[in-house]
Ligand binder design. Sequence first.
Ligand SMILES: NC(=O)c1ccc[n+]([C@@H]2O[C@H](COP(=O)([O-])OP(=O)(O)OC[C@H]3O[C@@H](n4cnc5c(N)ncnc54)[C@H](O)[C@@H]3O)[C@@H](O)[C@H]2O)c1
Length: 250
Amino acid sequence: MGQLDGKVALITGGARGMGKAHVRRFVDEGAKVVFGDVLDEEGAKLAADLDGAAYVHLDVTEPADWEAAVRAAVDAHGALHVLVNNAGIMKHKTIEEMTLEECRRIIEVNLVGQWLGIKTATPALRDSGGGSIINVSSTEGFIGAAGMSAYSSSKFGVRGLTKSAARELGQYGIRVNSIHPGGIITAMSMQHDVVEATAHRAEAILDNLPLRRLGGTKEVSGLLVFLASDDSSYCTGSEVLVDGGLVTGF
Ligand SMILES: NC(=O)c1ccc[n+]([C@@H]2O[C@H](COP(=O)([O-])OP(=O)(O)OC[C@H]3O[C@@H](n4cnc5c(N)ncnc54)[C@H](O)[C@@H]3O)[C@@H](O)[C@H]2O)c1
């Protein structure tokens, strides 16, 4: 018996990184999964590997893509119980270096994309008798970092979005929580601009972590499963760190 038997889940940014690990784990736990991304080739390849997961093109900034993704889940499985707002982008640039367009795009994908997902999925979640929305924020939703103004702003914003949505949607049995990963090894955390900016203090970063190591994508999926499952039935509006202790101190 899986922890997510009988659940239908929509996961964004599922073609690679943490999203890919979540898609695999949700399927393993018995969920029916529809996942979206803008990386169509990778997404289709992953779906072909799995029984119980279907890929749709879903740019989280596009309302029509969201409508089609929610419809795909409900048409295929008759309900929608879980939305994982995982898609995100990051750029490491100082405020002086970053263009307005770059800043707007980060906030559009990371924050407005989640808002749009909640807006579009809510009727289907309500019609399914309630459910769980999990918004992926970051440790940068609690602390700022030089070069991360837009990213950090978007991730702080996700906390406000989560709390407001939790207050609006609790009456329908829809729970809304945020998770806050930090230091997880993915294409995003290893992207060139980030590595370049942090390489000189890589050892200090590891030494500062109580667990003394970076995290793997699968170590985040377990938390997602808990928040998606009925085991977390009294959790809403909460913020859960999965960061090896990164924000305990510096
Ligand atoms: N890696 C970390 O250490 C870390 C830490 C904290 C938070 N996060 C957050 O975790 C989430 C997953 O990141 P990751 O580390 O797996 O990175 P990743 O780059 O491997 O995955 C992000 C996914 O989002 C997709 N995406 C980007 N723009 C999109 C759009 N407009 N519409 C739909 N999909 C889009 C990408 O194609 C990619 O598949 C992100 O929200 C990220 O901000 C990551």
